[in-house]
Design a protein around this ligand. Structure first.
Ligand SMILES: [Fe+2]
Length: 199
């Protein structure tokens, strides 16, 4: 099926992109990357309100990350977008501007019980409050102009294509301004479907 082929093409592009970053924190994730049996599950498409910002995310993509953002945008309405939080956690407004889609992991189309990989998507003018989780994590922002905070450090802008590492249980937060945030995420170790602990 066309969508499945496109998902596999995107996963191969993501793997090549991550290898090219040559980042020490990415090495264990790449070692755990599923090596065979791509597309082991079919996942029903599910869209979310945050997808209305996909054209803006394409415009905000970095030079190195543009290809991945464009391929994801072309697939966005044919894949499963989910939310871990409810309105009780961060309010109903947050749910209008938040979603993620998993490609590799316990729920995504490519099965792995060792790691998870997908995309986080946040609309503009929103804060993803401080949270933490057991899994260690690498984010690779694909769009710019978002503020990131690790632990108690100062908020800082992170450029598209530069990995951000969070060790297990290290709290972190993100804040978007005028453009949405699209970021690759990788989780490894611990409970791969855990709801984050809100600080
Ligand atoms: Fe996280």
């Amino acid at each position: 099926m066309k969508a499945e082929n496109n998902i596999i093409a995107l996963i191969i592009a993501i793997r090549n992109f991550l290898e090219g970053l040559n980042d020490i924190h990415l090495k264990p994730f790449l070692a755990d990357w599923p090596s065979a049996n791509y597309m082991t599950r079919s996942v029903l498409p599910h869209c979310l309100p945050v997808l209305s910002w996909m054209p803006a995310a394409v415009k905000a993509a970095g030079k190195k990350t543009e290809v991945i953002v464009k391929v994801l945008a072309s697939l966005a309405n044919h894949i499963a977008w989910g939310q871990t939080y409810s309105a009780q956690d961060f309010g109903a407004g947050f749910l209008e501007k938040y979603g993620w889609t998993e490609f590799i992991g316990l729920r995504g189309p490519i099965a792995s019980n060792r790691m998870a990989c997908g995309f986080l998507f946040l609309g503009p003018q929103i804060e993803y409050p401080r949270h933490s989780h057991e899994a260690e994590e690498v984010y690779v922002p694909l769009t710019g102009q978002t503020l990131w905070q690790r632990s108690n450090q100062d908020w800082a802008y992170r450029a598209p294509g530069l990995p951000i590492y969070h060790a297990s249980r290290v709290p972190h937060a993100m804040r978007t301004e005028t453009v949405p945030l699209l970021a690759l995420y990788l989780w490894r170790g611990g409970n791969l479907v855990q709801k984050s602990l809100i600080e």
